[in-house]
Design a protein around this ligand. Structure first.
Ligand SMILES: NC(=O)c1ccc[n+]([C@@H]2O[C@H](COP(=O)([O-])OP(=O)(O)OC[C@H]3O[C@@H](n4cnc5c(N)ncnc54)[C@H](OP(=O)(O)O)[C@@H]3O)[C@@H](O)[C@H]2O)c1
Length: 249
């Protein structure tokens, strides 16, 4: 139990990496706000699983790109769970996977703005409370593609590298307030977001992965638990790949 007595918010926690992260944080004793956008049933299932296992969780709807909805979420979480110690910026902002020459600016812009706006708004909503209490942890789920390009992924790479820079800036500015800000950078992880990839492509990634397989959401969740915990008390501004060794820094 690394997180007894703590409270965490996980954006985009109805499915995939966010759902696994919410459950892992709860297993370690945190009360968890499970943010969702369009999947209330899936969010309820995550909450039910946590509560059935003896944990504490609530589902909170908000489009994390919308300022009023993010503020309303912060108010709701404050009322139901109290002050927040850990904020996980995980919600997946969609994008088309197409070559640059076919990319429309509108789609590129929507990914860039959505990724950065959601991180900005959520930090604006939850970090002031951390500053007031003199501590907290923010963990942004970036991507290995923020540092290495992938065919068709120019919007995702650009948006996530912006997120990485945002994290480092906040780590610098918020360190004196006892707030740690870090990146977890998954490689290919089996979720709905990667279901469109062929089995052949997944197998090829597994073969080129030193640990011999692609990730499941729980692999990423473990890194988040570590960064949220006091075991990572002197770790800030860092970039932690969870790619089985595909990405070595
Ligand atoms: N899967 C990978 O291979 C991989 C690799 C590197 C990085 N990542 C990153 O990991 C994170 C999670 O990805 P995933 O693969 O777990 O995605 P996923 O399985 O597709 O799940 C996406 C989650 O994001 C939520 N979401 C989407 N738009 C939202 C919005 N505007 N406001 C609030 N929530 C929103 C969804 O909620 P609803 O269903 O309720 O709408 C859902 O819970 C993302 O930041 C992604 O870029 C994933």
């Amino acid at each position: 139990m690394l997180l007894s007595g703590q409270t965490a918010v996980v954006t985009g926690a109805s499915r995939g990496i966010g759902a696994a992260t919410a459950k892992a944080l709860a297993r370690h004793g945190a009360a968890v706000a499970v943010n969702y956008f369009k999947s209330p049933e899936a969010a309820k299932a995550v909450v039910d699983e946590i509560v059935t296992s003896g944990g504490k969780a609530v589902a909170v709807r908000a489009d994390v790109r919308d300022e009023a909805e993010v503020q309303a979420m912060a108010t709701e979480v404050g009322k139901s769970l109290g002050p927040v110690d850990t904020l996980v910026l995980n919600a997946s902002i969609g994008f088309p996977v197409v070559p640059f020459l076919e990319f429309r600016w509108e789609d590129f812009e929507a990914k860039l703005v959505g990724e950065l706006r959601s991180a900005f708004l959520c930090c604006k909503a939850f970090v002031p409370g951390m500053v007031e209490r003199g501590g907290g942890s923010v963990i942004a789920i970036s991507s290995g593609l923020s540092r290495h390009p992938g065919q068709g992924f120019c919007a995702h790479s650009t948006a996530k590298s912006g997120l990485d820079a945002f994290v480092k800036s906040l780590a610098l500015e918020l360190g004196p307030s006892g707030i740690r800000v870090n990146v977890v950078a998954p490689g290919l992880t089996l979720t709905d977001a990667t279901a469109w990839l062929s089995q052949e492509a997944k197998d090829a990634t597994a073969r080129s992965t030193p640990l011999g397989r692609v990730a499941v959401p729980e692999d990423v969740a473990g890194a988040v638990v570590f960064l949220a915990s006091d075991e990572a008390r002197f770790v800030t501004g860092t970039y932690l790949p969870t790619s089985g060794g595909v990405q070595m820094l």
